[in-house]
Write a protein that binds this ligand. Sequence first.
Ligand SMILES: Cc1cc2nc3c(=O)[nH]c(=O)nc-3n(C[C@H](O)[C@H](O)[C@H](O)COP(=O)(O)OP(=O)(O)OC[C@H]3O[C@@H](n4cnc5c(N)ncnc54)[C@H](O)[C@@H]3O)c2cc1C
Length: 382
Amino acid sequence: MARRIGIAGAGFAGAVLARELAQSGEYSIQVFDERAHVAGNCHTVRDARSGILLHQYGPHIFNTSREDVWQYVNRFATFGAYTNRVKAITARGVFSMPMNLLTINQFFGKVMNPAEAREFLARVGDTSIREPRNFEEQALRFLGRELYENFFYGYTKKQWGVEPTELPASILQRLPVRFNYDDNYYQQRYQGIPVEGYTSIVEKLLDHPAIEVHVGERVSPKDQSQFDHLFWSGPLDAYFEHELGRLQYRSLVFERFDAQGDYQGNPVLNYCEESVPWTRISEHKHFAPWEEHESTVCFREYSKLAEPGDIPYYPLRLQNDKSMLQRYMESAGKTKGVTFIGRLGTYRYLDMHVVIGESLDLAKVCLRTPMRDWPKFSATPL
Ligand SMILES: Cc1cc2nc3c(=O)[nH]c(=O)nc-3n(C[C@H](O)[C@H](O)[C@H](O)COP(=O)(O)OP(=O)(O)OC[C@H]3O[C@@H](n4cnc5c(N)ncnc54)[C@H](O)[C@@H]3O)c2cc1C
């Protein structure tokens, strides 16, 4: 008889795993999602009013350098060519992001070549900071005060809800600048957006005779006894009913507004100033440049600390969280019959291609290992 697998969460982590295990013919799989739809945070839906494909939980651009992941998603979708180019609005005007030669030259009113720009930044950087102890010092060390204050201070404070001095230096790359005119946000080999959206991919992944899908149904750890094994892509601390405390997340609030024509001329504009309460505005028809729409739908995005009941988006991973995470990992080590997967189950920020790659890898491990030895995590959370 096929062994019974339960999967909490119908995002990419759960759906890819369900599909891969189903294909072996050895398992009967039940996938549950507490939301009314599949695809988790990657959910896309056609807006009834405008016909525009909306990314309901924020803009999602697919990017990867993993050949197998790219081939895999292309089995379930046609991808439209898309290059993510973001602009940043600061107190001194609008600039190209990520910070590149155009940004630096326009910001300082200069015409520097790559070598000159490197030298210039080395001069404006605060070299008295030898070992940056936090995000702010890291930025001051490598960019100097003007760039830091205009591009990073307000945005970071809004995004993370704390002073940049409270964030680890590691959040910022050593030198978050490109010394060329490349404004492509991603540096991966492949990039695109599925023409029919992400939800269509997940529906196709789950469309298999060995998979049953239940939306609008929450799995409780108590339900585990119904299955031979449970994969948990919900929050790690929720599985343990927060017995050691709550891992902190940032949540998002999206404020929709509609307009005619082209509202902002770009899919995403970041707002760097602290006095502007939102972090960015996204205009969703620009994520499908192959479509034509007369009207337009935009979302102002606000960041806040996730409270019980809010959707957890970005793991905060401050020092306290990491200590608590370590203790939850010890608890997980003692459990039987459950594997924690995906961004919530492992308490990490993960792009879609990473989640898909980890589920593909995990399925391979499960298919060649006795069930009692299946791993506790799809990848180590620390
Ligand atoms: C604002 C934002 C923008 C992003 N942009 C990009 C991008 O441009 N490119 C990119 O590659 N990635 C992006 N990501 C990351 C992407 O969203 C994740 O990689 C992806 O959602 C991870 O899939 P998952 O299955 O791990 O988690 P999720 O998509 O969160 O799915 C988990 C699901 O589990 C369900 N669930 C939880 N607990 C239970 C329970 N007990 N019972 C039943 N169901 C439960 C939840 O309802 C949810 O639907 C972005 C993320 C955010 C927050």
